[in-house]
Design a binder for this molecule. Sequence first.
Ligand code: GLA
Length: 342
Amino acid sequence: MPSHAVAFAPGRANLIGEHTDYNQGLALPFAISEGVTVRASGLPDGRIEAVALDVGERDSFLVDRPGQARGWRAFVRGAAGELDRAGARLRGAELEITGTVPRGAGLSSSAALEVALVLAMLAVSGEAEPDRIELAKLCSRIENEWVGAQTGLLDQIASLCGRRECALRIDFRSLDVRPVTLELGDFSLVTVDSGEKHTHAASGYNERRAECTEACRRLGVPSLRDATLTMAESLPEPLARRARHVITENERVEAAVAALERADMAELGRLLDASHASLRDCFEVSTPAVEETVGRCKRAGALGARIMGGGFGGHVIALLPPDARQLEGAVEVRPGDGARVS
Ligand code: GLA
């Protein structure tokens, strides 16, 4: 059994396809180079001793009796609890956690933390890594059941399955993941922080998810993937608007894949703008700070710019042409490899 293991899991950017994952729809995310690292060292006594180095806090519990906690500790205890439930035989370990993804910013610091914890705990316990899609499901249960955010599988699959130079077209009904080369020529993708932080458990995220479930119940369909625009118009507001966003966003993902395949940057930009308008007007997850940030991107010459991730704050993603003006706070994002253990 190894006495040490280091796991790194990246955060993600999402080119397009927002709030589609828990509606069995489509998305086009990619893993970024920032992420969370967990250094695990085996302990003899069945305890987990976790240290969150960036916030200077500790947690300690018995690996087979994690109990409940809040904040970052809920992720560590959830990782132990879900691995145990899945039949992994975990040993005690010291876990040192550090990260470079800003927290609560729409770049998926939560999934990076879950994935790095789970991979480090498995590796230091000498347990084989399960299939990565199964692992993504396990990580999302940590978030759903231990942290209280009813998020989908977008972030976990992007972090686990990322591929250098590629975005991933994910079909959340079949869980088929297809790499799509992200060939942008002289254009670049950047993220810009709106400065507004959020937590999914506390924002309107869970409410949006509940509205989508209610829309399906009224339409008698298993998911919004099975709904059409005509069906959506029969719903009362705001459910009609919510469903319209999801249905049109799935279409925009397919159109974005096609635009990338023919290197049509103008069309890709138009799709990003249309996605943002739909997230603002139909799904209502934008905020004044996000609008201001999108406006700054557009004034700098962005071909398209949109809110990214769960919404209610966080980062904006923008497609910049080679002659874009200076855009304060813009950080270029490139697709990197998925999570790894060493
Ligand atoms: C967050 C969630 C994802 C997804 C996005 C919105 O990042 O964690 O599951 O729903 O919001 O697309």
